[in-house]
Structure formats: structure tokens, C-alpha cells
Ligand binder design. Structure first.
Ligand code: HEM
Length: 418
């Protein structure tokens, strides 16, 4: 239903039948854009509206950029996925919520700060910049292999999936000789069709392996996350099990998001030849590429179904009273296409000032890996089209299958040739 067809009851709130379904489908003609019904909400001038989700619950949806930043910074918003009213994405996630262990991504206030502090010094911009030569080497190796192999090739397999996974090995300090074992298990962690038993077994195996590596950093330290975590374990700040849990979360959080961003960003650029030409021409202009990465992050908003919170204290947003025990979906995708924050949001403009986008969320849970993701994307988008100037889709855009149902938006396979 389009937003302009909605009516209000006497009290000024939507009548039950009028509550729009969320999420709504994307347009087959514009698969890179957020769903038309979601964007239609911008025309109503309301920053927040009730939506109906898969389980017939009716959480609030925040769509405007300014309101979203306000809501996500508010301490009355809880990331506790077991909290009353928390709007779960799927039935499986809801079922899983009770047994979810506390960690950086699902705690609040002082407890969240404690988790977050264990990682901040490992993720400074300076540390991430030091990884740039390694990211460049891995990217060049993967492109060499692409060029030497048969074509067409699926970009996911050839570049988008192996790059973040090899990068996380470097970031954590996983020995290179173990990277195949590590990648195989990381693959199962992120697989769409895994059984609960497979998922549990993979978690156990990976955590055991990560714990072993953390212990080994006592004798063999390096400038990496597992060494940092090892120091905190030996200092009594964290248990070994908690440290392994964090290592595992980094693996999951930093894998699919970056991979989908590489694949989807490549497809979007190939569909926008004028923008691609500008990028190719200015591939060694660091400022331009940096800006281009921000605009791609804004346009595509890979975490398209986030961010989600349970309300733990009554608040008012844009004149609506939101009560404790209700759920809020702060739509990063809608906010990144809010015309008040980004004029003509449907226009991909790599020169646009887009760094105020919220693709990494906002507030205390804002992505801790964002500097790493930026360096990765900078290297990929300044290398791929320079090394393979004739890169093109090997199939028609209409044949691509987009990941509408997945936590991270993307494309299942991207056949490319040159
Ligand atoms: C393009 C790539 C990426 C995108 C778009 C992305 C997006 C996000 C978003 C939207 C959140 C916050 C969700 C919320 O507010 O509920 C988040 C949190 C997080 N991300 Fe990322 N991410 C990316 C890459 C990475 C990488 C490379 C890492 C680490 C290696 C990482 C680690 C994390 C962690 C640990 C959190 C939880 C932070 C907290 O709750 O305090 N992410 N990410």
C-alpha cells in the first residue's frame, strides 16, 4: 500500500487495517533502491509510523534521518534481543533470542560499554590504515587469479567472499596456514541453509580454535585483535570464553556485510557507466574514492532491515508517544534515502557529500568495524576497474537474484566477464 492511500482515525493514529506491511517488496526495475512503499513514507512528512511485521506485531518504523539519529542515541532504546517488544527479523531469530549470550551487540549501558571497550583500541583508524598494504596485496592476488582463470566468473566466489575472510584472518591474527580451515567454518557460520546442529557445531569448533589462538598469544604476541584480547584475559578483564565469543562475533559481523557491499557496489557501478567512468579516471584520487565509497554505502545500505530496538522507557518521537515494551525499527535504508538529508536520493552521485549516512548505524552500537570496511572498499573499488577496465555483467540485470530475505542485502551470484 502506498503511504498516500493511508487514512487516520479520529485520534489521529492509523486504523488497524491501514498499518502497512514491513518489509515491503523492492521494485524489479530498481533492485538497488529501497522498496517504493518504504520511500513513499517520506512523502507523508511523518518521521515515525506503525508497521505490521511477519508475526503480526506492530512495531514503530522510524524513516527520517534526523529522527533516526535521535532515536538510536536515546538510552531508552535497548539492543537486548530478549527484551519485551523487541522486533525480531524472523521466527528463527525470535526462537533463538532466549539462549543468546550477552555480548557487544545485544547489551546496553554500562554492560555494553564494558564489551565495547575491549575492542575499541584494536579498531582505531590508525590500526586499520596499517592493514591497507595487506588488503591491497590480497585484492591484487584475487584479481590475478580471476584474470588467469576461466570466464565468466561469479564475483562473490572470486573476490567478494574471500577478501573479507582473508582480511579477518589478518585482523584477528589467524595464522595464514590455517586460513582454509577458518574460511570453511566461517562459510558455514554465514550460510543461509545451515541446520541448527551444523550451526552449533561450527560455533563450538570455531570458539575452541579461537580460544587456542588467544592462549598462544602469551608466547607469540602480534599487533592483532587476538593478542589484544589475550592481554585482557590475562589481566582479568575478560574470561577466555568471553574473548572467544567476541572473536567469533567479529568474524560473523565483518564477513557478509563487506562481501555484499563489494558485489552489489560492483553491479551498481556497472549499471551507472558515467559514474563508473569518473571512478576509473580518478582511481588514484584518494579523496574522490573515499567519497565514492560513502555514497555507495548510503545508496545500497546493506543492513537494510536494521536497526532494531526494544523500548525500555516511554519516549516521544515526532509527536508520537512510544511506550516501554514496544519495538522500534530504525530503518537505516529509509534514512539514507531521506530527501531532507540527501537531495535527489535516487541519484547515484559519487561526488555527493554523503558521509553523514547511517549505513553503519548511529549511537552506541554504531559499527565498530567501519574503518576497516572503508579501507577494504576503498582498495577494491580503486583496484578492480583499473585492473580489469572492460569488466561487465555476463548476464542481464533482470536475471540476477537479489537477497531480499537476507539480513544483509546483496546478490546471490554475480557472473562477470571482461
Ligand atoms: C560494509 C560493511 C559493514 C556494514 C555496512 C556494517 C554495518 C553495521 C551496522 C549497521 C551495525 C549496527 C547495528 C545496530 O545498530 O543494531 C554494525 C555493528 C557492528 N559491526 Fe559492522 N558493518 C560492516 C562491517 C563490519 C566489519 C568489517 C566488522 C569487524 C571486523 C564489523 C563489526 C561490527 C560489530 C562488532 C558490531 C557491533 C557493535 C556494537 O553493537 O556495539 N562490521 N555493523
Amino acid at each position: 500500500m502506498g503511504a498516500d492511500e493511508r487514512t487516520s482515525d479520529v485520534a489521529g493514529t492509523d486504523t488497524t487495517e491501514d498499518i502497512p506491511q514491513y518489509p515491503s517488496p523492492r521494485s524489479a526495475q530498481c533492485p538497488f533502491a529501497p522498496p517504493p512503499d518504504l520511500l513513499g513514507l517520506h512523502a507523508t512528512d511523518k518521521a515515525v509510523t506503525r508497521v505490521r511485521t511477519w508475526d503480526d506485531s506492530t512495531p514503530w518504523l522510524v524513516t527520517k534521518h534526523a529522527a533516526l539519529r535521535e532515536v538510536l542515541s536515546d538510552p531508552r532504546m535497548s539492543a537486548n534481543i530478549g527484551g519485551e517488544g523487541y522486533p525480531h527479523t524472523t521466527a528463527a531469530m525470535k526462537a533463538h533470542a532466549a539462549e543468546m549470550e550477552p555480548s557487544i551487540n545485544n547489551t546496553d549501558g554500562a554492560e555494553h560499554t564494558r564489551w565495547r571497550r575491549t575492542l575499541t583500541s584494536s579498531f582505531t583508524r590508525h590500526r586499520m590504515e596499517k592493514l591497507r598494504p595487506e588488503i591491497q596485496r590480497i585484492t591484487d592476488d584475487l584479481v590475478d587469479r580471476m584474470l588467469a582463470g576461466p570466464k565468466p566468473v561469479d564475483l562473490n566466489e572470486a573476490l567478494s567472499l574471500p577478501l573479507p575472510s582473508l582480511m579477518i584472518c589478518a585482523l584477528l591474527g589467524v595464522p595464514y596456514e590455517d586460513h582454509e580451515f577458518f574460511q570453511e567454518h566461517a562459510g558455514v557460520t554465514n550460510a543461509r541453509y545451515k541446520t541448527p546442529e551444523e550451526a552449533a557445531e561450527t560455533t563450538r569448533t570455531l570458539r575452541r580454535y579461537i580460544s587456542g589462538l588467544i592462549e598462544a598469544t602469551a608466547d607469540n604476541p602480534g599487533e592483532n585483535v587476538l593478542t589484544d584480547l589475550g592481554e585482557r584475559v590475562r589481566g582479568g578483564e575478560l574470561s577466555l570464553e568471553e574473548a572467544a565469543r567476541l572473536g567469533h562475533i567479529l568474524l560473523v559481523a565483518g564477513h557478509d556485510t563487506s562481501a555484499n557491499m563489494i558485489t552489489l557496489g560492483t553491479a551498481l557501478l556497472l549499471e551507472n557507466p558515467d559514474q563508473l567512468a569518473a571512478l576509473r579516471e580518478r582511481h588514484d584520487d584518494a579523496k574522490f574514492v573515499q567519497n565514492a565509497v560513502e555514497e555507495l554505502l548510503r545508496y545500497l545500505t546493506i543492513p537494510h532491515l536494521l536497526a532494531r530496538r526494544a523500548v525500555v522507557g516511554d519516549i516521544e518521537v515526532d509527536g508520537e508517544s512510544i511506550r516501554a515494551g514496544e519495538g522500534v525499527i530504525a530503518s537505516l535504508a529509509a534514512a539514507n534515502w531521506d530527501p531532507e538529508a540527501f537531495p535527489e536520493p535516487e541519484k547515484l552521485d559519487l561526488a555527493r557529500k554523503a558521509s553523514h549516512h547511517v549505513a553503519f548505524s548511529w549511537g552506541p552500537h554504531q559499527c565498530i568495524g567501519q574503518q576497516l570496511a572503508r579501507v577494504e572498499l576503498h582498495v577494491v573499488f580503486s583496484t578492480l576497474f583499473r585492473r580489469i577496465p572492460t569488466l561487465r555483467l555476463a548476464v542481464d540485470l533482470s536475471e540476477l537474484k537479489f537477497k531480499e530475505d537476507s539480513q544483509a542485502y546483496g546478490i546471490y551470484e554475480l557472473p562477470v566477464t571482461w
